[in-house]
Design a binder for this molecule. Structure first.
Ligand SMILES: NC(=O)c1ccc[n+]([C@@H]2O[C@H](COP(=O)([O-])OP(=O)(O)OC[C@H]3O[C@@H](n4cnc5c(N)ncnc54)[C@H](O)[C@@H]3O)[C@@H](O)[C@H]2O)c1
Length: 313
């Protein structure tokens, strides 16, 4: 079990708020900071909006807001924290500078983790005085409900600190994926990005709308993906002989021009197709309203998934 109790969250936008909520639900003491001090109000509203879902998923009784502290100084936020989760805007120079500041004020034995979606930790921690304690802990939105977190080491991160981070994430009901060595985009975002880039080409060339492409995932591969990933799914697609027959039958398609992968230019035309397409899909519902529907669904599907996961793994 992890002995880490005190957690600092730096940056409280979408992802930082998610970490705050997950940590509070697991009785951690949370110190939060954002350069925009007006975010404290939004954060409390988000904690309250999400609590019914979090409470249901983790079987919790009571929300203890006494464990939540929002500071206006980064120094004060870091003073007592044993684990620091950085969640500022995705940008190399911003994060590198921020990690240098964090290194200056963090306790000498605290673990420092970045929520980055794909930046290399060695570069992010290059100006931090404690790179051996620096990792990536890449979560998925909504962090308060989804269990995945990719732990990525930098060149100087020690095994001991990777293990401490793994134990900490497990103590907040996450399933850490230990990535062997740093690589741009890590694992999951490389896969997501490939799908996203192909989708942008299809929309750019006018073959489908955002809604049609979403339905192509939601009604087919998406339903399977919450239980099993691409490889096990394709093993079943090969019939009795499994992956061997799948490769014999579909291997030749690898030579056909099915994918482009290199992203198209994010032109004005493409951006407006994406913005108006998703606005139509929302059908006048606010982001908060759609988030509530998604959150309720994620709680119920995870309960169902647990039952079936046990049979598979
Ligand atoms: N949104 C996602 O789906 C998602 C998923 C996984 C990981 N991430 C990663 O999480 C991080 C945050 O993304 P987000 O979506 O929450 O962004 P966001 O724009 O919602 O929030 C970023 C927050 O960081 C704050 N900030 C910027 N500079 C700061 C500084 N120097 N000190 C303190 N606060 C600062 C901003 O005020 C803002 O509130 C990024 O690294 C992103 O790649 C995002």
């Amino acid at each position: 079990m992890s002995s880490i109790k005190k957690v600092a969250i730096i940056g409280t936008g979408v992802i930082g708020a998610g970490w705050v909520i997950r940590c509070l639900a697991h009785n951690k003491i949370v110190y939060a900071f954002d350069k925009d001090i007006n975010l404290k109000k939004n954060l409390i509203l988000e904690i309250k909006r999400t609590w019914p879902f979090v409470k249901n998923l983790f079987n919790k009784k009571k929300l203890n807001l006494k464990n939540f502290h929002f500071f206006t100084s980064i120094e004060q936020t870091l003073k007592e924290a044993d684990f620091i989760q950085e969640c500022a805007t995705e940008n190399y120079s911003l994060k590198t500078k921020l990690m240098s500041t964090i290194g200056k004020y963090a306790k000498s034995n605290s673990i420092i983790s970045s929520s980055s979606s794909g930046l290399l930790p060695t570069r992010i921690y290059s100006k931090c005085k404690n790179p051996e304690r620096g990792i990536i802990g890449h979560p998925f939105n909504p962090v308060y409900l989804l269990p995945a977190v990719e732990i990525v080491p930098g060149k100087r991160t020690t095994r001991k600190n990777l293990n401490l981070a793994r134990k900490f994430y497990k103590s907040i009901s996450m399933n850490p994926i230990m990535v062997k060595n740093e690589l741009p985009g890590y694992l999951s975002d490389r896969l997501q990005e490939a799908l996203w880039r192909e989708g942008l080409h299809i929309i750019n060339e006018g073959y489908a709308t955002t809604e049609e492409l979403d339905r192509a995932i939601e009604d087919g591969p998406g339903l399977r993906w919450s239980l099993m990933g691409t490889f096990l799914t394709f093993h079943l697609a090969g019939g009795k002989a499994g992956m061997k027959h799948m490769l014999e039958q579909f291997g030749p398609a690898l030579k056909l021009p099915w994918t482009k992968l290199k992203a198209p230019k994010l032109s004005k035309k493409l951006s407006s197709r994406l913005i108006s397409g998703t606005r139509n899909q929302a059908k006048g519902k606010s982001v908060a309203k759609i988030s509530n529907i998604r959150d309720q669904y994620l709680v119920e599907i995870q309960k169902l998934r647990k039952k079936y996961e046990k049979k598979l793994r």
